[in-house]
Design a binder for this molecule. Structure first.
Ligand SMILES: *Cc1c(COP(=O)(O)O)cnc(C)c1O
Length: 381
């Protein structure tokens, strides 16, 4: 007789099964998208599904799946899906903060933060900022209501110690939210590290195919998540059922994608380190990276993004032109590698030759060869 296995299922096993309902004879394993603005509702209002801005069964399956990945084995975590990462981020900020509150934001976070900051300030909320690396958040926490962390940060790839900062914030009565976009729940689990909210854009590696905009908020506190849900209802920043379904379908391959893409990112980073003319190579998985120590303590995979600098804007543009397996495109996390000269947007404090590179799921040798060949072609003649 074989003993039933007591072993925890691995990430791949959890990813392929996450959020699936109990099997029903003659029904698909993952139920198809439910397109409904309203649901049949005779008599008194009861049951979960009444109106499509409040609840949708396709969201429910996806939200359960994300909860299972963000906090395996914990039954109290609830996730809410949103129309985009920014919808999820705004939902936490604007549902939790009131006029007179203080919020600490990353100084080097996602490029929309300066706009967010303006809006928060316009509502009478005091915004303080601190860079992601170096623990400077500790100096500005007094009196704060919310500490916002983005680790690894985009695009600089600095990392902060979530547990340490969450403990310090909680000791001062502040809530903690972590943007988990770059790591994905298979790379890092902020709720287990002490955060109150794990927030992310599902547009990036979570869904991984560059065809869906999505966001989510996961939280273990029933009152807090209820206030975020109230905000979603008021603002209506809800995902379409098709997007939610596509996202859930894509989760099944998250572990496969994350494994290959992390390995590719590390291989590209190593190859770049060995090249003259390439500077500032950053990837939290590199043993000598300034972020590696903290990252290794809290991350299970180091993500698919590599940052580096070429000596000039012109050389960076020639490099991007010369790549054949890597699309010149913004965003990151997709199965097809992308790269861009980040300075073209303005806003990020980066050099003209700064490249954000997102490793896809190509074969490692092919990707590294393409990068090295494009570097050769881009060199000054
Ligand atoms: C892309 C991104 C967002 C915004 O997500 P959208 O889905 O584009 O709204 C937020 N945070 C980080 C770290 C991101 O990379």
């Amino acid at each position: 007789m074989t003993e039933p296995s007591t072993q925890e299922p691995g990430d791949g096993t959890r990813a392929v099964r996450a959020g699936l309902p109990d099997p029903v004879k003659n029904e698909p394993t993952l139920p198809g998208p439910v397109f409904a603005a309203h649901f049949h509702l005779p008599g008194d209002v009861s049951g979960p599904y009444a109106y499509g801005r409040d609840e949708n069964p396709t969201w429910t399956h996806l939200e359960r799946a994300i909860s299972e990945l963000e906090a395996p084995g914990s039954s109290g975590v609830e996730t809410l899906a949103f129309a985009s990462g920014m919808a999820a981020i705004s939902a936490v900020l604007f549902s939790q903060l009131r006029a007179g509150d203080v919020v600490v934001l990353p100084a080097d976070g996602y490029q929309v933060f300066p706009l967010v900051r303006e809006q928060l300030t316009a509502y009478g909320i005091e915004v303080r900022t601190a860079p992601t690396g170096g623990d400077a958040q500790l100096d500005v926490l007094d009196g704060a209501r919310l500490l916002w962390l983005e680790t690894p940060s985009n695009p600089g790839l600095d990392v902060c110690d979530i547990r340490r900062l969450a403990d310090a914030a909680h000791a001062r009565g502040a809530l903690v939210a972590v943007d988990n976009t770059l790591a994905t729940p298979l790379g890092q689990r902020p709720l287990e590290l002490g955060a109150d909210f794990a927030v992310a854009s599902g547009t990036k590696q979570l869904t991984g195919h560059g065809d869906v905009l999505l966001g989510y908020v996961a939280c273990a506190d029933a009152e807090l998540i209820a206030s975020v849900k109230r905000w979603r209802k008021i603002v209506g920043a809800i995902p379409g059922p098709m997007e939610a379904w596509l996202a859930h379908r894509s989760l099944a391959t998250l572990e496969l994608r994350a494994e290959r893409q992390s390995a590719n990112a590390l291989a590209v980073a190593r190859a770049l380190l060995a090249r003259a003319g390439v500077s500032g190579v950053r990837h939290p998985g590199l043993p000598d990276d300034p972020s590696h120590g903290v990252a290794a303590g809290q991350m299970r995979r180091f993500g698919c993004v590599v940052a580096f600098e070429l000596p000039s804007r012109a050389q960076a543009e020639r490099f991007l032109d010369a790549l054949t397996l890597v699309d010149d495109a913004t965003s990151f996390g997709g199965v097809r590698s992308t790269a861009e000269r980040r300075g073209r947007w303005g806003g990020d404090a980066v050099a003209e030759g700064f490249i954000r590179f997102s490793a896809g799921a190509e074969n490692t040798e092919d990707l590294v060869a393409d990068v090295l060949r494009a570097l050769d072609e881009a060199r000054d003649l």
